[in-house]
Design a protein around this ligand. Structure first.
Ligand code: ADP
Length: 626
């Protein structure tokens, strides 16, 4: 007896003891595997042409056996060699799902099971023993894999006439609450195939008992058996849109893309002309666990006339729409096309361009007509759109700028740039923004005071990428973006500006003294025009802001960047008078004050300070000063 690898064992455990109510999905999983296996062989048939097989030869069979309490599912697909059986069924490296389980112990099994599409192991939800007979296409030998669960599995040679895989499930005994024998009922099986596997493109066949009038009689019936095809086999994307119920789309999506929530949006489009294709795209209702990691692979399934030629065709989706799942079926593509050739394929480029437009317009219509839904979407994938604005030196900003949402200080909710601009006050020159860790923190930033006082709206940027994207946009509707930390906020009148300049001139020496006391930490100490009630804040000079510095320095490179900091002091705050008097009477103390004010400004910005102990000691020094 061989042991399952630790991870597989735990997954198996989860399956066996699952309280998952949708046990029935095991059938869907096994049928999908069978269909994939046939796909592989059929594809080989088409591309190499040396298999001697025809499309009509392929099928999946279901055989319930009430007497022995077994359900058999067999296919004549590519089959598995002994090694493949061992590798595919002995180790299932779905480590992601197990980590997920660990982290979310309290969550229902359904979440885990649904999220990962556990495939083959789901058979153990209904079976006490699973036997797999398989013969790889072109091989002489067949093998038998058998397991009763976590104890382990055996593999031995066996007899099998033709290539393909046969899976025999010995169903669990019925309990009061669970009737596993329903999976032996013709009616149940027919319904399950219709519900979950109708679109499978190979016939799923089962012997169905029927009755008919006996020849020559009026009311005498006889029963006979017919080998019936249970699925309609028409791929859903080839069906007429108005013949498809929402539920059908949802089931298809969940089944195909292993999600457990219905998609937020279905985009079904077919086009003829320069490029003829059917596309069925979905916007998931939530981001996959690995979406924002490098493990996530974007791409659409690519079919040529109903035959899968590539599982994740990345060229069909721009990075900023990488969250889209779905497929494209086109008759214009050659079956033998290789990945490299595909990249240069003109048809594919045309299709990709069309899809991008279509996705964009669907998102726009969601934004205008289903705002709540769009905001939910944005919560999941907005980050990706914002990266998109930044990517490729802003090349895609026109596509994306109207899809962005930012929190508004005035509206206290997410708004679009268009909405912001439409509300701009007379005389307001800029689109203002402020950056920080979260809305609450940004809202408290001293720098926002002056802009707020004018009654202008401020966009609160709370994601690391936000400011980079905004800088890339530069303008929206001809209005420039302006950080509330910028030196000139464009709020003062000419007189105010002149008065301020005069005040700076008068205090030049003291400000320079403070700057020197800070030993290169700041580029300048100035009297602030943007502070109203708060004593200090930090702003920056040059291209890099404090927020950008934080983001850039959190990246794994050795090169550290520093924003050119400017310490701003409120001349209307009592602290200013104090500083002036220290400059006259106690310059040592002024040095200490400069350092304290600077550290306070750092804290306000959410920047980690170099020496918190020193800061604390300085404050205590002041507190205990007689
Ligand atoms: P997944 O289908 O998500 O890869 P499964 O647990 O369902 O995971 O199956 C694991 C692997 O076993 C598959 O990727 C496939 O290579 C192989 N497999 C499963 N069922 C069959 C089958 N009927 N014929 C051939 N190979 C199969």
């Amino acid at each position: 007896m061989k042991q399952f690898k630790a991870e597989s064992k735990r997954l198996l455990d989860l399956m066996i003891n699952s309280i998952y109510t949708h046990r029935e999905i095991f059938l869907r999983e096994l049928i999908s595997n069978a269909s994939d296996a046939i796909d592989k062989l059929y594809y080989r048939t088409l591309s190499d042409g040396d298999t001697g097989l025809n499309r009509d030869d392929f099928c999946i069979n279901i055989l319930p056996d009430k007497e022995n309490r077994t359900l058999t599912i067999s296919d004549n697909g590519c089959g598995m060699t002994k090694e493949e059986l061992e590798n595919n069924l002995g180790t299932i490296a779905k480590s992601g799902s197990l980590n997920f389980k660990k982290e979310n112990e309290q969550k229902e099994d359904i979440e885990i099971i649904g999220q990962f599409g556990v495939g083959f192991y789901s058979a153990f939800m209904v079976s006490e023993k699973v036997t797999v007979l398989s013969k790889a296409f072109g091989s002489e030998e067949a093998s038998k894999w058998e397991s009763t669960g976590t104890a382990g599995y055996t593999i031995e040679p066996c007899e099998k006439e033709s290539h393909g895989t046969t899976i025999i499930l010995k169903l669990k005994p019925d309990t009061e609450d669970n009737h596993y024998d329903e999976f032996l009922e013709t009616y149940t099986l027919q319904n399950l195939v219709k519900k979950y596997s109708d679109y499978i493109r190979y016939p799923i066949k089962m012997d169905v008992e029927k009755s008919r009038l006996k020849g020559g009689t009026k009311d005498e019936y006889e029963t006979y058996t017919e080998n019936e095809t249970l699925n309609s086999m028409v791929p859903i994307w080839r069906k007429n849109k108005n013949e498809i119920k929402e539920e059908e789309y949802n089931e298809f999506y969940k089944n195909k893309f292993m999600d457990y929530t219905d998609p937020a949006k279905v985009i079904h489009s077919s086009t003829e002309g320069t490029a003829t294709y059917n596309a069925l795209l979905f916007i998931p209702a939530r981001a996959p666990m690995n979406f924002y990691t490098k493990d996530y692979e974007k791409g659409l399934q690519l079919y040529s006339n109903g035959v899968l030629i590539m599982d994740k065709c990345a060229d069909l989706l721009p990075d900023y729409f990488s969250f889209i799942r779905g497929l494209v079926d086109s008759q214009d593509l050659s079956l033998n096309i290789s990945r490299e050739m595909l990249q240069h394929d003109r048809q594919l480029k045309i299709i990709a361009g069309r899809l991008e437009k279509k996705i964009k317009s669907e998102l726009e219509s969601m934004l205008s007509n289903e705002r709540e839904k769009y905001e939910e979407f944005f919560k999941n994938f907005g980050l990706q759109l914002k990266y998109g604005v930044y990517q490729d030196f802003g090349a895609h900003k026109d596509v994306l700028q109207d899809l962005l949402l930012f929190y508004s200080s005035g509206e206290k909710k997410l708004v679009t740039l268009k909405e912001y601009v439409s509300r701009m006050k007379e005389g307001q020159k800029f689109i203002y923004y402020a950056c920080g860790e979260n809305v609450d923190r940004v809202d408290k930033l001293p720098q926002t005071e002056a802009v707020k006082e004018k009654g202008y709206e401020i966009l609160y940027l709370t994601d690391g990428v936000d400011e980079f994207s905004i800088r890339m946009l530069m303008k929206y509707d001809d209005k420039e973006f302006k950080s509330v930390s910028a030196d000139d906020l464009g709020l003062e009148t000419e007189e105010e500006k002149q008065a301020a300049a005069k005040q700076v001139e008068e205090n030049k020496d003291m400000l320079n003294f403070m700057k020197d006391a800070l030993k290169g930490k700041v580029k300048q100490v100035i009297l602030s025009q943007k502070l109203k009630t708060h004593p200090v804040c930090l702003s920056t000079d040059g291209a890099i802001s404090i927020e950008m510095e934080k983001v850039l320095n959190s990246m794994p490179t050795d090169e550290k960047v520093t924003a050119q900091r400017v310490l701003e002091i409120n001349a209307n705050h009592p602290i200013f008078k104090k500083l002036c008097s220290l400059y006259e009477n106690d310059q040592d103390q002024l040095k200490a004050y400069a350092s304290l004010l600077y550290t306070q400004a750092l804290l306000i910005e959410g920047v980690t300070i170099d020496d918190p102990v020193e800061f604390s000691n300085q404050i205590c020094g002041l507190m205990t000063k007689e």
